[in-house]
Ligand binder design. Sequence first.
Ligand SMILES: Cc1cc2nc3c(=O)[nH]c(=O)nc-3n(C[C@H](O)[C@H](O)[C@H](O)COP(=O)(O)OP(=O)(O)OC[C@H]3O[C@@H](n4cnc5c(N)ncnc54)[C@H](O)[C@@H]3O)c2cc1C
Length: 297
Amino acid sequence: MGQPYNLPEVRGKIEFNKSLAKLTWFKVGGSADVIYSPEDSEDLAHFLKNLDPEIAVMTLGVGSNLLVRDGGFRGVVIRLGRKFSKIETDGMILTAGAGTPDIILSQKARDHSITGLEFLRGVPGTIGGALKMNAGAYGSDISEIFVSCAAVDRLGNIHILTADDMDFSYRHSSCPDDFIFTSGTFKGRTGDKQEIAIRMKEIAAAREEAQPLRSRTGGSSFKNPQGKSAWKLIDGAGCRGLKVGGAQISEKHCNFMINTGSATAEDIELLGETVKARVFEDSGISLEWEIKRVGDK
Ligand SMILES: Cc1cc2nc3c(=O)[nH]c(=O)nc-3n(C[C@H](O)[C@H](O)[C@H](O)COP(=O)(O)OP(=O)(O)OC[C@H]3O[C@@H](n4cnc5c(N)ncnc54)[C@H](O)[C@@H]3O)c2cc1C
């Protein structure tokens, strides 16, 4: 397929009609018309300013909380990769590009004896995804270490956002959906490098024990309802191990769905909807998707 749209000239990389399946943890889903990997924030802003406003845009981190549907995405997928993975430190402050893996930022904090970011050792996404999702684990989340972040809107305007702008809540930030985060600034506290390293090893071991980390999964499928565990409700409704086509509820952690090898995105979404219906029937509680579902069916 040739170039489907008239696109602005950029310094970054543009690819056409590329499969998104390889770029997400579930390893399912169709192609994107365009994948654009900007060279830097200015390149991204220039691209968005000059892009036909009718063309849809979405941002992809490493797809660890994303289900791309089988019909793929009609429009431009923005992928911030290694070009957005620089980390700067200044005392207890760390500023990381939005493409930085969360785990790398937690390691950088450890190396500088900064405590408070250990939980990021357990989140396998990028800083961009963590800002969007208010990622968290083991009782901490992004909102607790957040200072500010930079973002570019759909019209190419650059913004610096404060905690008030982000208005974080559980696995959610309230910043407009068209904002693309380009970096985040976080603050930790002085800590002991050895103790931080031990805590991070404990987190890594606990996850290995509890989660299907080597599977094709999207992490927690549903948010925990107030005061309840989604996995307990799913287990209680008899859904552990439940299958739809090639998709299965993990035997190890029943808030995780798994692509056993041959699943389509449709299988995975239908499995999720089936679980939701069974949990509602069993407990009267309506689970809310945590995984973002995007693209055409
Ligand atoms: C095995 C496993 C374990 C997990 N454990 C946890 C956990 O303990 N805690 C937790 O919170 N999450 C967990 N997750 C989910 C996931 O890692 C997080 O939600 C993570 O923050 C998503 O980051 P990502 O870069 O993969 O984003 P993606 O999955 O690629 O995208 C998620 C959302 O963020 C948006 N987004 C991504 N980058 C940007 C950007 N630069 N600007 C604007 N929007 C952006 C996307 O458009 C999409 O809406 C887990 C996932 C897996 C697979």
